[in-house]
Design a protein around this ligand. Structure first.
Ligand code: UT7
Length: 337
């Protein structure tokens, strides 16, 4: 039997309507549009408003659109993996809720947490289920309601993050398309630089954890920045060398959108032009697990069968990695919804 590859056969993404601009943020904390744009590249971000609305809403909308665009029956989905750091609840898994809301009644579903690299880790997991021949239709979701863990009195962090969800369908093919290689890493010494301290088993919620604002994101920005620049650039450049991909042969770099300066440094290290890089951080900010599928969604109509693409991410943990894939369909043939 010929080898099965895991191809991405569809993509969809969803952002909530409310747009939080740099201007509005400057009325909430001591910041300004010039600082935010110069240091991060962000102009605005989308926020999911409304009591009781969690990440599953973002993931559900993305999956419903994906099923429609790919003309897939929900009952044919075998597995849903959701990468998120902001699950609706600690349990049940947000993936379970998404499976229920989208009618994927025959799927088993679970969440993965690898911070901002979670989508890549989940794609690699979905890949091996497909390549093994065990399952034929796997959905990978990347979704985060970052506004639920952002401290809107902390100017260092509140300007960075936004809410979004994205989803891809993965299916087997015997053709030379799909995920070709993945190079994923973790380094637990990074745990001290980027975290949400309370709410888990080490520091369950108490009046003190709430008063001390420990349910919000803590980040030592400069330390994370240094690691992110070197690790994301190295792992992406190494992937090109390993597969003998010349800079002009690469159709797209799809980087995690945390900071425009990190993206630029990665592109420089790979020797590619800015036109080869998907960048939409100005519209959405850092949506953690959703940044990469959101880029693929925004650029879908420009993607061509056979395009060589590298996905790259860096996140809390630390976690980082790159995935090399060959795109499996012509995006301009997909019906827009
Ligand atoms: O996605 C997961 C991985 N995360 C990342 O990759 C993020 C990596 N880190 C970064 O992107 C950057 O470190 C930040 C964007 C978070 C911060 O940029 P920076 O250039 O490292 O700024 P900084 O933290 O060194 O702060 C420089 C100055 C400080 O003032 P002083 O001490 O020099 O007077 C800050 O207090 O900018 C000040 N500052 C602000 N000023 C206006 C910090 N935040 C703001 C703000 N508005 N929002």
């Amino acid at each position: 039997m010929s080898k099965l590859n895991a191809a991405i056969t569809g993509i969809h993404a969803y952002v909530p309507d409310y747009i939080l601009t740099n201007q509005e943020l400057s009325t909430m904390v001591d910041t300004n549009d010039e600082w935010i744009q110069t240091r991060t590249g962000i102009k605005e971000r989308h926020i999911l408003k409304g009591e009781g609305k969690g990440t599953s809403i973002l993931g559900t909308q993305a999956v419903l659109g994906l099923l429609k665009k790919t003309n897939t029956k929900p009952e044919d989905i075998d597995l849903i993996i959701t990468a998120t750091v902001t699950p609706d609840m600690l349990f049940p898994a947000t993936s379970n809720i998404i499976a229920h809301e989208t009618g994927c009644i025959n799927a088993f579903a679970f969440d993965m947490n690898a911070a901002c690299s979670g989508f890549l880790f989940a794609v690699q997991t979905g890949r091996v289920y497909i390549e093994s021949g065990l399952y034929k239709k796997v959905i990978v979701v990347g979704a985060d309601k970052m506004s639920s863990i952002v401290d809107y009195t902390d100017r260092k962090n509140c300007v960075l993050f936004g809410d979004a969800g994205g989803a891809i369908l993965m299916e087997p093919t015997t053709e030379d398309f799909g995920i070709m290689d993945a190079d994923l890493h973790t380094d637990g010494s990074g745990k001290d630089y980027l975290y949400q301290k309370a709410g888990g088993s080490a520091y369950p919620p108490t009046i003190e954890t709430v008063t001390n604002r420990q349910h919000f994101i803590y980040q030592e920005g400069q330390s994370v920045f240094k690691f992110a620049v070197s690790r994301m650039a190295d792992v992406s450049a190494d992937m090109m060398t390993k597969h003998n991909i010349q800079p002009e042969e690469l159709a797209w770099l799809v980087p995690h959108q945390a900071n425009l300066r990190i993206i630029d440094a990665t592109a420089r290290r790979m020797g590619i032009k800015k036109e080869q890089v998907m960048i939409n951080i100005e519209k959405y900010g850092n949506t953690t697990d959703a940044t990469i599928p959101l880029c693929l969604h925004d650029w879908e109509s420009q993607l061509k069968k056979g395009d060589k693409i590298i996905l790259a991410a860096f996140g809390g943990g630390f976690t980082w990695g790159s995935i090399y894939l060959k795109w499996a369909y012509d995006g301009d043939q997909v019906e827009k919804i």
